[in-house]
Write a protein that binds this ligand. Structure first.
Ligand code: NAP
Length: 242
């Protein structure tokens, strides 16, 4: 039985990842800042024969993350898979962007990824097995109008993932990034319909992505079949970035 931590696992893409990995007999530790994580953990353990627990944690706090890793180890004994998925947006043109809007996005999306990866690494090294999967975004590759903070954080995740992959490869740990395109979740719900329609027209596969589209590739990357893949960025975007 493997154990996975999924940050931002209360809803959206993170919740879909939890459900998918649970269907593959993986115990799930949901980390999130919102209380909905409790409900998601219950849903996972009632629909699959796995253990699922919710931990309320702010991934941007190194202290909270260190304490929560200890609790997970007490509860599950091992940690095989770390999915760094928690993320936020605070969009605005750079000219109008407040320093706190820049900083909060970097703190959650990029520093959160650092905090969680660094603290989980010791356990993975002692197990001589680990899978780190970081959720970036195609915006980290292309940049986007009004998203300089978000794009910088997601591009940072790509450089971070490749560096970690090089550092830990000899320990039998892989690190990969996934770059989703436009996925239907709370994060994209608030976008105006005309923006969604414009995206949809540009997507070769002519549909917006679903959280399960991301969960499926995470499941593959955590499997033995993916043991020779590391340091990669895998776009899951309906072909948008070709
Ligand atoms: P979501 O529905 O907003 O879910 C993200 C979860 O992370 C939320 O529960 C959120 O809480 C939580 N979170 C925020 N800050 C946190 C913190 N400091 N510590 C712990 N948890 C925190 O987003 P999603 O669409 O599923 O996105 C998941 C990931 O995919 C993100 O990294 C996002 O950037 C990336 N992504 C999404 C898309 C897309 O189209 N949806 C595209 C490319 C990449 P709150 O609700 O309070 O913020």
């Amino acid at each position: 039985m493997k154990v996975a931590i999924i940050t931002g696992g209360a809803k959206g893409i993170g919740k879909a990842i939890g459900l998918k990995l649970a269907s593959l007999d993986t115990d799930i530790a949901i980390w999130d800042i919102v209380d909905e994580g409790e409900q998601s953990a219950k849903e996972i353990s009632s629909t699959h024969k796995v253990k699922a627990r919710f931990y309320k944690v702010d991934v941007s706090s190194y202290n909270e993350v260190s304490e929560t890793i200890k609790k997970v180890l007490d509860d599950f004994n091992k940690i095989h898979i770390m999915v760094n998925n928690a993320g936020i947006t605070r969009d605005g043109l750079l000219l109008r962007m407040k320093p706190e809007e820049w900083q909060s996005v970097i703190n959650v999306n990029l520093t959160g990824c650092f905090n969680c990866t660094k603290t989980v690494l010791k356990t993975m090294i002692s197990q001589r097995w680990g899978r780190i999967i970081n959720i970036s975004s195609i915006i980290g590759i292309t940049g986007n109008f009004g998203q300089s903070n978000y794009a910088a954080s997601k591009a940072g995740i790509i450089g971070f993932t490749k560096s970690v992959a090089k550092e830990v490869a000899k320990r039998n740990i892989t690190a990969n990034a996934i770059a989703p395109g436009f996925i239907e979740t709370d994060m994209t719900l608030s976008l105006p319909d005309e923006v969604k329609e414009t995206y949809q027209k540009q997507i070769p596969l002519k549909r917006l992505g679903k959280p399960a589209d991301i969960a499926n590739i995470v499941a593959f990357l955590t499997s033995e079949d993916a043991s020779y893949i590391t340091g990669q960025v895998i776009n899951v975007d309906g072909g948008l970035l070709m």
